[in-house]
Design a protein around this ligand. Structure first.
Ligand SMILES: [Fe+2]
Length: 163
């Protein structure tokens, strides 16, 4: 299923739908307050490559080449996709954790992966809102069927595009 999303709030709704569709149980996994986190860069200048020594680009529009913007946005999409995909891969382990400690550890990892995906989606929607339909590939472009046992993996990465 591919939904038409207009903004990050729409994406959040779809994220909740995705959690339902892969069968994440209620409780700590669903109650975590996801948020995007940012810090100051360790250095203010670009450290290598063609633009070495120049001030780091504060926004997408400061990036001087569309090819670089496209490449970065694609990296964000793929990164987000792998974060959500790891949760899909791990979810069945919730039913087979050998101990409470293992279960808590697994829930922590899954929550962290969802937060990482949340971060990538937030970046994508805020960096390129007019082209964000390709953002956060797993949860917005996934062809999950609503089944809790076998989400499909076929369309998400290959269809991510910023053309
Ligand atoms: Fe991660």
């Amino acid at each position: 299923m591919v939904r038409k999303l207009g903004n990050f709030d729409d994406w959040i709704d779809y994220f909740r739908y995705w959690q339902d569709s892969i069968g994440l149980p209620s409780g700590a996994l669903r109650e975590f307050n996801f948020d995007a986190k940012f810090g100051d860069p360790e250095v203010a200048h670009i450290e290598f490559g063609h633009y070495k020594g120049q001030r780091k680009w504060p926004t997408v529009m400061h990036i001087p080449d569309q090819r670089i913007r496209d490449a970065l946005l694609n990296l964000i999409v793929y990164q987000g996709d792998t974060e959500f995909a790891s949760v899909e891969q791990q979810r069945n382990l919730l039913h087979h954790a050998p101990s409470d400690y293992d279960l808590l550890s697994l829930q922590r990892v899954m929550t962290e992966e969802m937060r990482h995906g949340w971060q990538m989606s937030y970046l994508c929607w805020n960096a390129a809102p007019t082209r964000a339909s390709g953002c956060s590939a797993r949860s917005t472009r996934s062809s999950t069927t609503g089944s809790t046992s076998s989400p499909t993996r076929s369309s998400s990465i290959a269809t991510a595009s910023f053309s």
